[in-house]
Design a binder for this molecule. Structure first.
Ligand code: PEP
Ligand code: MG
Length: 577
């Protein structure tokens, strides 16, 4: 038996047979071959070509928008282009390299030529060629997620790494639990596994290297442990753990109908974060006061083509209707960073600081306006609030607000009805926005603090990198001061302020955040009842003095220790980050 300790990322226990997955990078790898390997490599290339075509054909038979169908058909023609195929095959023969390297090199040459022309149409074709080559490289590598799109039996996935888009396309009905060698608790993969309720341990530092397909494994997402080939005693001990955990869940369920009021009557709204429509039921089932964050970019990961205005309208309407009359805050697409979507030409050297969220949207207004129109059309079906991600200053905020007004004018001209009172807010997740919160507060109806990114950018620590996870500290005085300042600036300008990062779901943070004066906390539905239970057992006066006290401390270590002890004195059971 081997035991790996990691980060407890999503609660619960999963027992079953391992399915080992090694993440295929999107980039081509270079390998030289011998001349007698050429035939084999050509064969591999042709098989990949056929499988990439099959995949496109499958997508083309689905009910998709006209413009998406046109893109698929263009890609299909490229995969059948005899000139392109010939060049790749010649490259393999002449340079004696593997097929994925040949595809990458030939495509890069073509892309460079096309991009150097003055013809806009040809330059757009360059993006299509790059996209097609990624499908081909994917097919050559026999990308792991393909085998996980349809699973015949239940498995526990043991992987080195996963992209959010990979997790999306997997057959999650058969994935009992997940163990990843890397990752951080605030990474998007972690957020998704919690949303999908898959017990998960991150940062095991090598579990995937010691296990083979079919071997018995247990993932304990509550305690952050992975057991490879567990013995009988450990299995029994874990069964007991599991029973205790279930009893705790039953206890929490009693909180569903109750309001989130402190013992002295102060109310904090608890809302749910969702990524897909399938999570709306869970949000309602835990008694959420609305949706505080709908990460709309995940709609763009569902399929190869961008969702049409009609598709987006249908999804937004569905969520608004299901939650009505409670409010739904839909965040405009936050693509980029660790949420890559193929086919959009986002290929960044430094994606976290790069072309993402509103930066992407403002330069791809064609995509952004489609979303804004869909949102406006859907607004008459419930209580919509719109929120913009990654705003770094007033110019960006002015630009998105201006565009939103422009799209509203367009709708008026076309007699498309929409709610004239849609509340508009901005996320505060970039330090410059936090420092200018007083300026931004005058332009919007509400703030929502995105601590996942605010911590990342304030401490300059990649939220998904397990090597520096020790630096990712929500209780860093720099982070707490920043949150306090944002709340003060919002309230001085009479606007409410929510917090929708993973801190909101951490029971260890709940009392502190309420005491700092947040009006709302928005989190994954699975944490909401635990946070409600905690807030219902303390007074607002106590929470405020806890906040005042720790804001006078000088290090995250002192603050963490102090809060841990404070919570232990009052509660016998709670789980922490
Ligand atoms: C955040 O940054 O805190 C946030 C809620 O947005 P995301 O996690 O999607 O970046
Ligand atoms: Mg963010």
């Amino acid at each position: 038996m081997r035991i790996f300790k990691g980060i407890a990322a999503s609660e619960g226990l999963a027992k079953g047979k391992a399915l080992v997955h090694h993440h295929a990078s999107m980039e081509a790898e270079k390998q030289h071959i011998l001349s007698d390997g050429v035939a084999g490599e050509l064969e591999k290339f042709r098989t990949a070509l056929a499988s990439a075509k099959r995949l496109l054909e499958e997508h083309n038979t689905k009910d998709i928008a006209k413009d998406s169908r046109e893109i698929l058909e263009t890609h299909m023609l490229m995969l059948e282009d005899p000139d392109y195929i010939q060049q790749i095959e010649d490259y393999i023969r002449t340079n004696l390299v593997c097929s994925q390297w040949a595809v990458d090199s030939v495509t890069t040459n073509m892309v460079n030529l096309l991009e150097a022309t003055d013809d806009e149409l040809l330059r757009e074709r360059a993006i299509d060629f790059r996209d097609v080559s990624l499908h081909l490289i994917d097919a050559i590598k026999g990308k792991g997620e393909r085998r996980m799109e349809h699973l015949d039996e239940d498995v526990v996935l043991i992987a080195d790494a996963l992209m959010p888009s990979e997790l999306f396309s997997m057959d999650k009905t058969h994935i009992l639990g997940i163990s990843l060698d890397g990752g951080g608790r605030a990474s998007h993969v972690a957020i998704l596994v919690r949303a999908f309720n898959i017990p998960t341990v991150l940062a095991t530092n090598g579990a995937s290297k010691t296990v083979h397909d079919g071997e018995e494994v247990i993932v304990d997402g509550t305690y952050g442990e992975v057991f490879i080939r567990p013995d009988h005693t450990v299995s029994q001990m874990l069964d007991e753990r599991f029973n205790l955990w279930q009893e705790h869940e039953v206890e929490l369920h009693k909180m569903v109908e109750l309001p989130t009021n402190t013992t002295d009557g102060h109310s904090v709204l608890l809302k749910a974060n969702i990524q897909t429509t399938s999570e709306v039921d869970a949000a309602k089932a835990c008694g959420a006061s609305g949706i505080g964050l709908f990460r709309s970019e995940f709609l763009f990961m569902e399929s190869l083509e961008n969702p049409s205005e009609e598709r987006q309208f249908t999804v937004y309407r569905q969520v608004l209707e299901a939650m009505a009359p409670k409010p739904v805050t839909i965040r405009t697409i936050d693509i980029g960073g660790d949420k890559m979507v193929s086919g959009l030409g986002i290929d960044e050297k430094n994606p976290i600081l790069g072309w993402r969220a509103v930066r992407f949207c403002l330069s791809r207004k064609d995509i952004f306006t489609v979303q804004l129109r869909a949102l406006l059309r859907a607004s008459v079906y419930g209580k919509l609030q719109v929120m913009f991600p990654m705003i770094s200053g007033v110019e960006e905020l002015n630009a998105v607000l201006h565009l939103f007004e422009h799209v509203k004018d367009e709708c008026r001209r076309e007699s498309i009805p929409f709610d004239p009172d849609i509340k508009v807010g901005t996320m505060i997740e970039v330090p410059s926005a936090a420092l200018c919160a007083d300026i931004l507060a005058k332009k919007v109806d509400f703030f929502s603090i995105g601590t996942n990114d605010l911590i990342q950018y304030t401490i300059a620590v990649d939220r998904g990198n397990e090597k520096i996870a020790y630096l990712y500290q929500p209780f860093h005085p720099g982070v707490l001061r920043s949150i306090r300042m944002i709340i003060q600036m919002a309230h001085q300008n009479q606007i409410p302020v929510s917090l929708c990062g993973e801190m909101a779901s951490d029971p260890l943070c709940s009392v502190l955040l309420a005491g700092m004066g947040l009006d709302e906390l928005s989190m994954g539905s699975q944490s909401l009842l635990q946070v409600r239970k905690i807030l219902r057992s303390v007074s607002y006066e106590e929470a405020k003095s806890l906040a005042d006290h720790v804001l006078g401390m000088d290090s995250y270590l002192t603050i963490t220790t102090y809060i841990r002890e404070w919570m232990h004195d009052r509660f016998d059971h709670f789980t922490t980050i």
